[in-house]
Design a protein around this ligand. Structure first.
Ligand code: CP3
Length: 353
């Protein structure tokens, strides 16, 4: 029998704060990590980037582990996320991806033959260097390690369109005009992604996040058909491994009814809707978020006020603090230090006016 829900450990009170919050506990303080916490806003990342290409940094396990640890050496973060990219496993399927700096697919996938040619490798043949980086990291890390993947619809977005775009017209036309081909592609991507995440968990990832960055482009019916159904397929395949699952879609407040039904313990939300209102739409989930990343470019006083507002709105349920989306490369590193300090000093169980 396939289990539909993972089971938390029996000694959950001994677990790190981040995992307790993901399993639904209303913790005394909100754990914090930051999307893209290893990246270009850090001078030590830019220094490594002078010597190595982005792909080298992903594919060389020692380098990937080193980059993962950079933000943890600087800040008392509550979780680490393995350094990689959502596009990484596509190379194992036979897709050629470059970064300029966003992903560019050399030969976009649009015909039956293109889809037919995509390989769905065995679990241990999908980017094995990511598993190796995870094993290296688990030997030294003192906080939980997050593994991740792109959701099928978001991977298909880049594969069909070929690169990032404001409106994604080719993708949207494809979903309406070639639904059978879209389903065939999404089916393969879902199978590959389930295997890839199982590999990461078996290597030592203690939580996973599924990034559906472009899901918010779509109406609810299109999202149900091509987005949520395949994300659910991937997530269901992880239930027996007993790690908490986080899902993120950006600009997706209009899709919360569908998102509420996904088999995940936690939902990461962007900054467009206040957290207390999101809580009403997603009452059974841990909420992760939701500081607007641009606020980290504002003066420290503004960062403090806005972070405290989010912390107050998060009271009354499980909350993991994060940004609403990835940190901007122009963020001053000391502003992030200030944010983490504000979040970690906030007592969620004290009376708040
Ligand atoms: O969070 C972390 O620290 C882990 C690293 C991570 C990267 N990409 C490294 C990266 C993660 C979790 C991702 C996920 C990712 N990649 C997503 C989902 C999150 C989101 O933003 O919605 C998406 C859509 C991608 C695709 C992608 N890769 C884009 C759009 C870009 C360009 C972005 C930019 O900031 O210019 C990339 C390249 C990329 N991935 C970089 C990094 C650090 C920049 C590469 C560089 O150093 O030049």
């Amino acid at each position: 029998m396939l289990r539909t829900n993972p089971t938390p450990p029996t000694d959950i009170s001994e677990a790190p704060l981040f995992l307790r919050a993901l399993w639904g506990e209303d913790t005394p303080r909100a754990p914090i990590w930051i999307m893209r916490q290893a990246g270009r806003y850090l001078p030590e990342y830019r220094a490594l980037k002078e010597k190595y290409s982005f792909w080298q940094m992903c594919e060389e396990p020692d380098l990937a582990a080193e980059v993962t640890l950079q933000p943890l050496a600087r800040y008392p973060l509550d979780a680490a996320i393995v350094f990689s990219d959502i596009m990484t496993p596509l190379s194992s399927m036979g897709v050629d991806v470059a970064f300029h700096p966003g992903p560019v697919v050399a030969a976009p996938i649009r015909t039956p033959a293109d889809i037919q040619a995509l390989r769905v490798p065995a679990e241990d043949e999908i980017s094995p260097y990511v598993g190796e980086a995870i094993r290296i990291l688990r030997r030294s890390l003192h906080v939980p390690l997050i593994g991740f993947a792109g959701a099928p619809l978001t991977l298909a977005t880049y594969l069909i369109q070929g690169q990032g775009s404001k409106e994604y017209p080719t993708l949207r036309q494809f979903l309406w005009g070639e639904p059978d081909l879209a389903h065939a592609l999404l089916e393969k991507l879902a199978e590959m992604t389930a295997r890839y995440l199982r590999m990461q968990i078996k290597a030592g990832a203690q939580a996973i996040q599924l990034f559906d960055s472009w899901a918010g482009l779509h109406s609810a019916p299109i999202y149900r058909t091509f987005g949520a159904s395949y994300a659910a397929k991937v997530l269901d395949r992880l239930a027996d491994l007993d790690v908490p699952r986080i899902y993120i879609a950006v600009g997706a407040s209009h899709l919360y009814e569908e998102i509420a039904a996904l088999p995940v313990e936690a939902v990461s939300v962007d900054w467009r809707m206040p957290l207390d209102l999101v809580r009403r739409a997603l009452p059974a989930k841990t909420l992760q978020g939701n500081l607007e990343p641009a606020i980290l470019l504002a003066p420290p006083q503004v960062i403090e006020e806005q972070a405290q507002d989010i912390l107050r709105r998060g009271i009354g349920g499980a909350h993991v603090f994060n940004l609403g989306h990835g940190i901007f490369p122009q963020t001053p590193p000391e502003h992030l230090a200030h944010l983490i300090d504000v979040v970690q000093r906030f007592d969620r169980h004290a009376p708040h006016p």
